[in-house]
Design a protein around this ligand. Structure first.
Ligand SMILES: Nc1ncnc2c1ncn2[C@@H]1O[C@H](COP(=O)(O)OP(=O)(O)OP(=O)(O)O)[C@@H](O)[C@H]1O
Ligand SMILES: [Mg+2]
Length: 322
């Protein structure tokens, strides 16, 4: 007997078909502030479209209130651990509460940059080589193996937190310590000099890529949320062929890690034009200045329509049939 994955999707035309919706935002991760912005923007958009949507901050309320207060589905606008990493998704499965975006497995793997890279590699999606740094004893080998410059990252943080570019050998130890303070899973990868691209995925299709240009050393926390000199190009300027390639890599990565519904894949492209997957975000930022809304806008999908389509993903689940 062969097992087939069946994607169930539903396009909703009337706001009332969604029923009573809780928009989950806030939470307790280091990305709380961004989540407050994303969640508020999504809540307001849903309200403008007539959806019976209500704010719900899981920092302040136990999740079983979703059931006792008769919510029918959940729009998740939480970023980082406790919202984007599969734990919340598992709790919602237990409560029988449909939710937007990736399920338990895709969320958990997507939160972990190292595991995402390993799975991507396994299906032939190019990602940089890397070395796991377990202790200061690994640093010398790391320099020998990867060369300079390189970048040190904690595996499961978002928003560029704890990441350092290392240009000189003596900077590596400090970079390792900065990342290891946040979590035990730390790795290094070679620095790629070139352009940065991100591809949003919505309901199984890739949206036009965005090229990100920052005068900062890299697209760090400041460049992401505060600097006004970060430039976003969409269309990104890639040839049709390169655009298609990046779209396929993004969809292939989603498939490989089991991510669903919506999200974003980030890439660096080297000077020769070869893209390398950096990571997947299963609940990317959703303020009206964020990247996914920009990509949707390039296809004529406005913010309200985008939020609506993300909410539709709460009807989509991959079902395995015999
Ligand atoms: N190998 C690399 N070479 C050059 N620049 C890199 C490399 N890896 C990461 N960067 C830069 O660092 C930024 C952040 O890296 P990455 O996307 O891996 O994590 P993150 O953005 O912190 O995670 P999240 O998107 O979940 O917030 C990238 O957007 C890019 O500008
Ligand atoms: Mg990123």
């Amino acid at each position: 007997m062969r097992l087939r994955h069946v994607k169930e999707s539903r396009h909703v035309t009337e706001a009332k078909e969604f029923g009573r919706v809780a928009v989950l935002f806030g939470g307790t991760s280091t990305e709380r502030e961004i989540s407050l912005l994303s969640g508020n923007a999504c809540l307001q958009a849903l309200l403008r479209r007539g959806v019976d949507a209500h704010p719900f901050d899981p920092r302040d309320k136990p999740l079983n209130e979703l059931v006792t207060r008769n919510f029918e589905r959940v729009f998740i606008a939480l970023h980082g651990p406790g919202g984007e990493d599969g734990t919340l998704q598992g709790a919602l499965e237990f409560l029988g509460m449909p939710y937007t975006g990736s399920g338990v497995m895709g969320s958990a793997i997507g939160m972990d940059k190292l595991r995402t890279k390993r799975l991507a590699q396994a299906v032939g999606i190019p990602t940089t080589e890397y070395m796991v740094l377990r202790s200061p004893a690994d640093l010398e080998t790391c320099l020998e193996r990867l060369g300079l410059p390189l970048i040190v990252k904690p595996a499961t943080q978002g928003s560029s937190v704890g990441m350092t570019k290392v240009e000189k050998a003596e900077q590596l130890s400090g970079a390792f310590q900065a990342a290891a303070l946040l979590e035990p899973n730390v790795f290094a990868e070679p620095w790629i000099t070139g352009a940065e691209y991100t591809v949003a995925v919505l309901q199984g299709r890739a949206l036009p890529s965005i090229r990100i240009e920052t005068p900062a050393t890299f697209y760090d926390y400041q460049a992401k949320y505060f600097r006004t000199d970060t430039k976003y190009h969409c269309p990104s300027g890639l040839s049709a062929e390169a655009e298609k390639h990046l779209a396929n890599l993004s969809l292939g990565t989603f498939e490989a890690i089991g991510a669903e519904g919506w999200g974003r894949a980030d890439f660096m492209m080297d000077k020769a034009g070869k893209p390398y997957l950096l990571e997947v975000n299963t609940i990317p930022g959703m303020t009206d200045h964020s990247l996914v809304p920009k990509a949707a806008g390039a296809l004529g999908i406005n913010f309200e329509q985008l939020v609506w389509q993300v909410l539709e993903t709460s009807f989509c689940r991959t079902r395995i049939v015999a």
